[in-house]
Design a protein around this ligand. Structure first.
Ligand code: ATP
Ligand code: MG
Length: 365
């Protein structure tokens, strides 16, 4: 048999005691003490009750009050315990979330690192691709120019007379070679356009000389297409412009190429150099490339500087083309701080204008 549980005094002190029982015991003890004191003092029985009744009433009221207070405290303690428990569970949850966040942050950091590496690799690949395009296209251009010139010499009869049939075949060969050269130039241009302004080499440039050299490239085409190609040079000496000659050559090539392409045989292409804007706030020279060609349809005028856009009439007249020439020209002129615009009437012709700032040499230090 199990011995009855013995409770030590300390344990008893730690057990919760019902305050009503506690107060009952205290009240009984006090009542006995009062009775004993009253008896010992030898007071008569009537007075006995006169003292005992209020004391008893007082003890009962106090008992009820104490029990009420105790219930109030117990309820408050219960609520506080609940609150603490809630807070503790929230703290646990926050700790868990923190741990999860730390894990996510680590994952993100790892991903960021991977992305940076991948980006670097892509940049290297991009550079390698650009270099590959530039080198290959440059290398291709030289032998193609030689073929084109050979066709030209044969066509012009410099190497002996040829029959009409032979001429037709050679003309096809010449035109095909010219088309490949145009595509290669576009590839080179795309490569150039990826260059930002820091890749530009700005110098003082004599526009008359530059235009002369570019026009020279088109004389054969003008001759074979029977187009009157003229450069109206200014009568006065003009100042130099601030420009990257390689990039400005591309603008001129693209504009003159368009004028030649979109002007039917027997038409004219004229290049003017004007100093009309030399005394304006942003002193500049203006180049105008005019032609008597197919023109730009009014509804398409705001799109022709867009990348890859080609006019509906242009596609009919010249199926080969990428729609990059004007986009590139626009970008280059903008990077020079100049402006480019055009006027055109469908079926009558087009005037393309662009400006370049007048060169101001740096004052000597
Ligand atoms: P490519 O990139 O091979 O030069 P493209 O000549 O079609 O092709 P852009 O030079 O960018 O491309 O010209 C865009 C469009 O603007 C042309 O397709 C044409 O519709 C129009 N355009 C440009 N110049 C002229 C012009 N002188 N006369 C008529 N239309 C023109
Ligand atoms: Mg073009």
């Amino acid at each position: 048999m199990e011995s009855p549980e013995r409770i030590s005094l300390i344990e008893l002190g730690q057990r919760p005691v019902n305050p009503l029982v506690f107060w009952g015991v205290i009240s009984a003890v006090l009542a006995v003490v009062v009775i004993l004191i009253v008896r010992a003092s030898g007071v008569s029985t009537g007075i006995h009750w006169l003292i005992l009744v209020p004391v008893g009433a007082y003890l009962v009221i106090m008992g009820v009050f104490i029990s009420y207070l105790s219930r109030l405290y117990r309820e408050r303690n219960r609520l506080m315990a609940e609150k603490i428990k809630n807070e503790e569970s929230k703290i646990d949850e926050t700790k868990k979330l923190n741990l999860e966040l730390e894990a996510y942050a680590k994952q993100l950091f790892d991903k960021d690192f991977e992305l940076t590496l991948a980006n670097k690799r892509l940049q290297n690949l991009e550079q390698a691709k650009s270099k590959f395009i530039s080198v290959t296209t440059h290398q291709l251009r030289t032998p193609l120019s030689a073929i084109k010139w050979t066709f030209h010499m044969l066509l012009s009869g410099n190497l002996g007379t040829i029959t009409e049939d032979q001429r037709n075949f050679m003309q096809k060969g010449y035109d095909g070679t010219q088309r490949i050269i145009t595509i290669i130039n576009d590839l080179l241009n795309v490569d150039y356009i990826e260059a930002d302004k820091s890749d530009y080499n700005f110098l003082g440039v004599n526009l008359v000389d530059l235009i002369d050299s570019i026009i020279f490239e088109f004389t054969n085409q003008a001759e074979s297409k029977k187009i009157k190609l003229t450069f109206v040079k200014p009568t006065t000496n003009l100042p130099q412009v601030t420009a990257d000659p390689v990039k400005v050559s591309m603008v001129l090539e693209n504009l003159i190429d368009n004028a030649m392409k979109y002007t039917p045989a027997g038409g004219r292409v004229t290049i003017n150099l004007s100093d009309a804007r030399i005394n304006s706030a942003r002193s500049a020279l203006e180049v105008i490339v005019s032609d008597s060609g197919i023109g730009v349809p009014s509804a398409e005028k705001d799109k022709i500087f867009h990348r890859f856009y080609r006019g509906t009439n242009a596609i009919k007249a010249e199926p080969d083309g990428t729609g990059l020439g004007l986009f590139i020209a626009h970008d280059i002129v903008e990077k020079h701080g100049g402006e480019i615009w055009f006027e055109s009437k469908e079926g009558e012709g087009t005037h393309f204008h662009f400006t370049l700032p007048v060169f101001r040499p740096e004052p000597a230090a």
